[in-house]
Write a protein that binds this ligand. Structure first.
Ligand code: SF4
Length: 331
């Protein structure tokens, strides 16, 4: 075993502190950051935990490698062998997935063990003692996952037994309170970190309903389909058709940019309001319903409405008022 570790650096406070504690023992660390469409702070060029992970790595003086979780992650989320937490968060299988990917990365960089910012009892599903044991066994990393913030609550890992890591300098944090972490952040003079409590959309009930709908009606969905669940208001119009309506100008522009083959972009012409993106099979009736939903979210709808159909050279279409139970269609 060498003096080199991989740190799972999320950009959140716990993983930064865990990395720092190990660096302070003179151990070489390579940081690894995973991205997925299910992080609620991965957007923007200047914010988000991916950016924060890069900033934190720079501050810590370590290199960081970014890996996307990919389609095999989406398949796992659809049918997780160990089930879901409160919403559609498959935390146990998610940890196993990331740790298996980490094992591959350890080989690439010739590292001997893994550091995580996990704290015993902090998260209800994946940070219970029994779940942690199960995750270690199934990831194939038993004895090689070091949790510097909570290490005193676990049996010594292999790097501790081999004297590579000094166990006496590891901590005993446990539970949901974050007081210890904030005190340590002050001690280390850390001011910037993202999503201290986690930023995972799979734990969000509204996002979970959208993802369940996607899995039900589009079992072969892609990561791009999953990423679209983060934008706008969603309505299920039929087994084969869904409508997304923008919530602000930025989302209207994003819907225009995301409009691809198999999508029909609807834009307001005779009123000031949101754009809509119809995904799947469309017909006159569904276009009418969609335009009425757009009008419901508009400032000045007056019927008949005119909407543009298509991107670029749109065709104008007059739409009459319809009795649409919008709430019944909302996902
Ligand atoms: S909260 Fe989300 S990212 Fe974290 S372990 Fe659970 S599923 Fe994975």
């Amino acid at each position: 075993m060498n003096r080199k570790a991989v740190s799972l650096l999320s950009g959140g406070l716990d993983s930064i502190l865990a990395t720092r504690l190990i660096l302070d023992q003179g151990i070489e660390v390579c940081a690894l950051h995973f991205t997925s469409p299910f992080c609620n702070c991965t957007h923007g060029a200047t914010k988000g935990c991916g950016v924060q992970a890069a900033r934190s790595a720079e501050e810590l003086g370590v290199s960081v490698t970014v890996r996307t979780k990919g389609i095999d992650y989406l398949r796992m989320v659809r049918e997780p062998p160990h089930g879901y937490g409160k919403n559609i968060n498959p935390c146990i299988d998610c940890r196993i997935f990331m740790l298996k990917k980490t094992t591959e990365f350890m080989k690439e960089v010739d590292a001997s063990f893994v550091i995580t910012g996990e704290v015993l009892g902090q998260r209800p599903m994946s940070q219970r003692r029994d779940a942690i044991g199960l995750i270690e066994r199934e990831s194939g990393l038993a004895g090689l996952i070091l949790r510097p913030l909570s290490a005193q609550h676990f049996p010594p890992t292999i790097p501790e037994k081999e004297g590579i890591v000094d166990r006496n300098r590891l901590l005993d944090f446990a539970g949901r309170s974050r007081k210890g972490q904030y005190r340590l952040a002050e001690e280390f003079d850390l001011k910037e970190f993202s999503c201290p409590g986690g930023g995972c959309l799979l734990t969000d009930s509204i996002f979970a309903a959208r993802l369940r709908d996607l899995f039900r009606y589009n079992p072969d969905c892609t990561m791009g389909d999953a990423a679209m669940l983060k934008i706008g208001r969603h309505f299920r119009l039929s087994d084969k058709t869904k409508l997304i309506v923008g919530r602000d100008r930025q989302e209207n522009e994003r819907l225009t940019g995301l409009s691809l083959a198999g999508h029909l972009l609807l834009t307001p012409v005779s009123f000031t309001g949101p754009s809509g993106l119809l995904i799947g099979q469309t017909d006159e009736s569904l276009i009418g319903i969609s335009a009425n939903i757009m009008a419901h979210h508009a400032k000045d709808p007056s019927f008949p409405l005119t909407v543009g159909l298509g991107k670029g050279d749109a065709t104008d279409r007059m739409i009459d008022r319809l009795a649409v139970d919008i709430e019944a269609l909302r996902i």
